[in-house]
Design a protein around this ligand. Sequence first.
Ligand SMILES: [Zn+2]
Length: 393
Amino acid sequence: MECDILIRGGEVIDPSQGLRGLRDIAICGNQIIAVAEGLVDVEAGRVVNAGGMYVTPGLIDLHMHAYTHSPFGLDPDPLCAAGGVTTMLDAGTAGSYNFDAFRRDGIDRCKTHLLSLVNLSCFGLIAANLGELLDRRYADPDGVVETIRRNRDVAVGVKIRAGKHIIGEGEQGWANLRDAIRAARESETWLMVHIGECPMSIPELCESLEAGDCVTHCFKGGSTRVTDDDGAIHPAVRDAAERGVIFDVGHGFGSFQWEVVEAALEQGFEPTTISTDLHTRNLHGPVFDMPTTMSKFLMLGVPIDRVIEMSTTRPAKILGQDESIGTLRVGTVADIAVLEKHDGRFAFTDSYSRQRVGHELLTAAVTIRRGEILPGSGNSPSRHLAGAVPTPT
Ligand SMILES: [Zn+2]
């Protein structure tokens, strides 16, 4: 067999096929052409020695910010190479008025597979600090539907940040939420709701959502959380998860609290998907990248197979693209992450500046995007080494 790239000897984890074991992977052009144990008689242009590493589908980050006309936006391509993330979803940084600019200057220009939600606010997160829906005139459900209709290939859903300081209190907050739900239904897509000091309770919010809709920042602290005052998961949250509402991590700068995630996991409530909410203000900590966020769940006791599933196969399904991405099946696009697992003492920080020490850290040793090995792959674990930090609690 001839191929362009042979990934030799890695531990392949592909939840889409229920596959875990030592396999070689052959890539020709931009496609995976073979996944097998000990491939022989292979003439490969390049060999990636993945001995001792995990080989997984290219990671999919279901919540990040890439629209660089806003103060939050990051260039996706360096993040792809450094973090093993071959598909990203911009979580509504642009709205109906600036989506065309985002498409022209961002989505169509970057090499990384970038999809997007459309914000209910017509100008998205250009001035997010002012509250993009505090003035009801900025809510543009019809514009969202029209924007998605014109950009079906990249605009896959609707976004609202449902905080009181963003969408208003009481009836105003509800009116904005109803507009966002209507835009999702009329565009036949789904709604991602950012939770955070919401004008409605979390049970009320969950009851408003349908299967396929998504609650992001699901482990945030503060007054509106997935847990009640005693730390128990709200029954309405469990009900929503059971009927197919997605609970997404969206770690972010202010949306991931150890106490909440630990309480949830103890009660058997796992996130549907792991995502970063990566933007300019958390790139250098506490989020850093997808592999760091995934490592936090390893530390919290979630098995590696499920951590990979939450970061590949599940987001692919939510994006409606599980036939082509989030999988290592033969014939699919060669988006692949080779993840190195470092053993040691690593400091992990939540969004409230609190540290925990974990003993495993994943980094992206090699990223392959559509059959191309990217330069600059692989991160240093040094920023997490826990030797120099204060004794953790
Ligand atoms: Zn976000």
